[in-house]
Design a protein around this ligand. Structure first.
Ligand code: ARG
Length: 556
């Protein structure tokens, strides 16, 4: 169901024919919303605005939602939602497992391509962002009842594996005894040798041919490099508390067998043509062609992504495909989608979206680098935040910092600021949740001294919100009623910062309510009703934080 404000807005529009552009009222005595629709209509019709306003009100049927609307000032219309209606909406949230999140009437199959680190390298800050953002999309879309199919498109193929395997063979190493940081070191060492020694480079290239040809020994070493890397990635995923599992892995090598077919289809369509020995797709308005097969016969990132998109449609039956990567890959995806559409791999009925994110900057405002100038590993970022706070709080700090700004923006990783329990931070929201939980816990203990202090607070039965007389109570209920709509917005636009802002506002509205309306110190029906309102706040905050992948503690 749509929220009260949007129901109201739709009703007004059905009478006036234009969007009433409801704005929150500036003062409680003006009700909850104000519209200037009569002023706009009056101008068109050349009539006095107050008369038009009175007319609109007379034709409106909103008695089930509002008190009788009032004309104010030059011709504004003020709306005050009925407090019993607000109370009803807030009450319904308390026991709703979806907390008011709209269940998709036509659930989709949604592929989300995220995380995607590269084998033999540690996950770096960029992968941190992809993993956290993708995880949030996964949770939001799943909560609406869609079938989410995560795809972890890890970089597990390419010429660098010739170099790595050759190095391993020549140095008689046993990869299985290494961990990911050691494998990364191996990568660096082999790269150094590759650049310095042309003979080694030659042997490495021959090794690539062996790898592609399916040489058993080469494949075995390649597989062990993947195993070790996956163990490292999984450790990070566990630490981040994200939903990805090994079932979601679909690395670049998964598509090897599809590549020749993809190429044939592109050639048969006349889409791909030979150019200087390479197989290319030329697009109008693009300076450089997409290279599907290189001059040496090898396939690269573009070809693999074409095969992946083709399979996501034909085999995974995706209705929507979302890619979460660094914003610098925007052009790659623009070209990819266009070629995939032309080739018939991606029908118009399937949406393809690239969500690009900005860089994580160090305190100096420059891209985050280690003191030695290397890329910062994800583990070291988590370590940095954990120097200032407990692990679940440090994690909330990082995730919130990642999600609460427009994704395209770069942001400064300032561990000390991010872990504060005041201001627009993850820990502040966790703290709000802990505070409201504490009130409920106390109330439960007062009502029944035998109650288990660790009992699940949401199952204790909080009755219903009956009385909503104070403006602070009404504002809180009003905000609660908007949750489902905010989630809808995030699901469509893929803008988690809107959910962050909403939760931050909710925590603020809860604070004002708590200052102005005593809960435990009030009595009778008022107390019961306020406790129920607290239970509704706790539910929405808890579910909302859950959608961000942030833990909502009962105590802090
Ligand atoms: N492995 C790539 C990287 O580290 C990201 C892959 C993103 N997904 C894709 N289908 N291209 O940049």
């Amino acid at each position: 169901m749509s929220s009260l404000p949007s129901q109201l807005s739709a009703r007004v529009e059905s009478v006036t024919g234009v969007d009433p552009e409801l704005r929150p009222a500036t003062k409680p005595q003006f009700g909850h919303f104000q519209s200037n629709v009569a002023l706009r209509l009056a101008k068109q019709e050349g009539r006095p605005p107050r008369e038009v306003a009175a007319d609109v009100i007379a034709r409106l049927g909103v008695g089930d939602l509002c008190e009788t609307p009032e004309v104010a000032g030059p011709g504004f219309i003020n709306f005050r939602l009925r407090s019993d209606v607000l109370a009803q909406v807030a009450s319904d949230l308390i026991d709703d497992p979806h907390a008011g999140i709209t269940q998709a009437p036509n659930p989709q199959r949604i592929v989300i391509d995220y995380s995607a680190p590269n084998v033999a390298k540690q996950m770096h800050v960029g992968h941190l962002r992809s993993t956290i953002i993708g995880d949030c999309f996964n949770r939001v879309l799943t909560a609406q009842g869609h079938t989410v199919i995560p795809q972890n498109h890890i970089g597990d193929w390419g010429t660098q594996f010739g170099m790595l395997v050759q190095y391993v063979v020549e140095h008689g190493l046993d990869v299985t005894t290494l961990d990911l940081p050691e494998v990364e070191q191996l990568y660096k060492d082999s790269k150094k040798e590759f650049d310095a020694d042309p003979d080694f480079a030659d042997r490495a290239r021959r090794r690539v041919v062996k790898l592609q040809g399916g040489d058993e020994r080469t494949l075995a070493i390649w597989r062990s490099l993947i195993e070790v890397s996956l163990a490292g990635f999984n450790e990070t995923y566990a630490r981040l508390g994200v939903l990805l599992t090994d079932d979601d892995l679909a690395g670049e090598s998964t598509y090897n067998d599809d590549l020749p077919r993809v190429v044939d289809e592109l050639e048969a369509d006349g889409l791909a043509v030979e150019d200087n020995g390479a197989l290319c797709v030329f697009l109008e308005g693009q300076d450089a062609p997409m290279i599907v097969r290189k001059r040496d016969g090898g396939f690269g990132y573009d070809a693999t992504d074409l095969a992946a998109i083709r399979r996501r449609v034909s085999t995974l039956h995706a209705d929507r495909i979302i890619y979460v990567t660094d914003v610098r890959q925007a052009h790659h995806f623009e070209v990819l989608f266009e070629v995939a559409r032309k080739a018939g791999f991606l029908p118009e009925s399937v949406a393809a979206e690239h969500v690009g994110y900005g860089m994580v900057l160090g305190p100096d405002g420059h891209p985050f680098k280690t003191r030695e100038g290397g890329t910062v590993s994800l583990a070291s970022l988590l370590d940095a935040a954990e120097q200032h706070a407990a692990p679940n709080i440090a994690l909330a700090a990082i995730k919130y910092a990642d999600l609460s700004n427009g994704l395209q923006k770069d942001y400064v990783f300032d561990a000390e600021r991010m872990v504060q329990t005041t201001g627009d931070t993850g820990p502040y929201l966790q703290y709000a949740h802990a505070r409201v939980s504490q009130i409920l816990r106390r109330a439960a203990a007062e009502a029944d001294p035998q109650v288990d202090p660790e009992a699940d607070l949401s199952t204790l039965g909080w009755g219903r919100v009956e009385l909503l007389e104070e403006p602070a109570e009404q504002q809180l209920a009003l905000l609660l009623s908007r949750f489902g709509e905010i989630v809808d917005l995030v699901a469509v636009d893929l803008t988690p910062h809107k959910l962050c802002t909403y939760l931050y506002d909710l925590a603020g509205a809860y604070s004002s309510f708590y200052e102005k309306c005593p809960v435990l110190r009030s009595e009778g029906q008022v107390r019961a009703s306020r406790l129920a309102l607290c239970a509704a706040v706790r539910r929405v905050l808890g579910v909302g934080l859950g959608l961000l992948g942030i833990d909502a503690p009962d105590r802090m």
